[in-house]
Design a protein around this ligand. Structure first.
Ligand code: ADP
Ligand code: MG
Length: 376
């Protein structure tokens, strides 16, 4: 089973959708921080003609029915292409969406996650003792290391648009304060984003289309109610991924205990693991990655092939819409589903070591072709 996402051979990248639109139509300028796609909805009479007296569908399709198929596919309809990645093109509105729209979503999951079948069971292993090495990624190359996962409380809506319950009582060195977006100034907010402590404002057309800007900045904070209700992140400078993963595991365990003590459950099932807004995150929801300096590899034609072989992906350091600057990349595990958490972090640890070795060889003017296998 090949779990590395494949682009169709005839795939041609489209220009970024925001830049295809005439300036007056760009979501970020016309509807900053609002929910652009709701203007097209049939069942919100305040925003669209009330058709309930005209057809049965509009009578029956009330907001009480929950998330509709048009919500599910909205982001893929509004955003047919992306300059750097093959996007998923759909999102779930809640746990139930994965059942109600099974015929659509099962196929998308299978396509995106390299053949993951409806009968497969999610794999989990979070024990940091099972991670081999990872405490010694060379700090001359690795600027910072991070592991995150995402989770949502049972019976909640995705993406979250209101109501934040915040973890208030983590103990020991994990104790801290909740920082709400509304509690900081615009300049402080930007600084938190630049320091990678806070998610970006929901200005991208991909996010606007799935309703992520709805009620912004109500109930948003570090790291609450971005695309999913809760993002658990462990990160630190330099290359001790073992320490990062161990802290991640301890934090996640404490948060789960806290959830249980308050009688909350997390959206989870044995097939999909953590159930999340974006099908790309399903299962472990785990992204482990480094910010890493690889200026020579950056110029090497086989870099993308090597990453694919290692089941890794790269982006610029400021999110999916950014390119690398000065040979500094965000490199992370390409898969979320089909492997356990420890296996995914291990892929990053082993892969990053190999990338550093290749970078060093290139620095010394040595060829690295024999490090790239001819066939996967
Ligand atoms: P995710 O979806 O995993 O949260 P994003 O691409 O949305 O990832 O990034 C969220 C923020 O986390 C961004 O500011 C990004 O630069 C930052 N980030 C990701 N990995 C690292 C890392 N290894 N070190 C520092 N910041 C990081
Ligand atoms: Mg993100």
């Amino acid at each position: 089973m090949d779990l590395v996402p494949e682009l169709p051979t005839d795939w041609v990248p489209l220009p970024h959708p925001a830049t295809c639109l005439p300036p007056a139509c760009r979501p970020a300028t016309t509807t900053p921080f609002s929910n652009s796609h709701n203007t097209l909805k049939l069942h919100f009479p305040a925003e669209f003609s009330d058709l309930r007296g005209h057809n049965h569908m509009a009578k029956v399709l009330t907001p009480e029915l929950g998330f509709a198929l048009d919500d599910t596919i909205q982001t893929g309809v509004d955003n047919p292409g992306h300059p750097y990645i093959m996007t998923v093109g759909c999102t779930a509105g809640d746990e139930e969406s994965y059942d109600v729209f099974k015929e659509l979503l099962d196929h998308i999951i299978e396509d995106q996650h390299g053949g993951y079948q409806p009968s497969y069971e999610h794999k989990t292993n979070l024990n940091p003792d099972n991670l081999q090495g990872g405490d010694d990624l060379d700090p001359n190359y690795v600027l910072s290391s991070r592991v995150r996962t995402v989770a949502a409380p049972a019976a909640s809506a995705s993406p979250p648009t209101a109501a934040a319950g915040t973890p208030s009582s983590l103990g020991g060195h994990l104790a801290g304060q909740y920082c709400a977006v509304k509690s900081v100034t615009e300049a402080e907010q930007q600084q938190l984003i630049d320091y990678h402590f806070l998610f970006d404002k929901p200005v991208s057309p991909l996010l606007l289309a799935l309703g992520m800007a709805c009620d912004w900045p109500e109930a948003r904070g570090i790291w609450i109610n971005e695309e999913d209700h809760l993002q658990v992140i462990s990160m630190q400078k330099r290359g001790n991924m073992k320490e990062v993963f161990t802290r991640f595991y301890n934090g996640l365990t404490q948060i789960e205990t806290l959830f249980k003590s308050k009688n909350y459950e997390v959206m989870w099932n044995p097939h999909l693991g953590y159930i999340l807004t974006c099908p790309s995150n399903l299962s472990t929801g785990l992204r482990s990655g480094v910010h890493i300096k690889l200026p020579h590899l950056d110029k090497h034609e086989k870099f993308p092939e090597v990453l694919k072989w290692l089941r890794l992906q790269k982006q610029g350091t400021s999110g999916v819409d950014t390119a690398a600057v000065g040979g500094i990349f965000y490199v992370f595990n390409a898969n979320r589903l089909g492997f356990s958490e420890v296996e995914l972090v291990q892929m990053v640890v082993d892969g990053v070591k190999l990338l550093i070795k290749m970078e060093q060889w290139l620095e010394q003017g040595q060829a690295t072709d024999d490090l790239v296998p001819a066939q996967k």
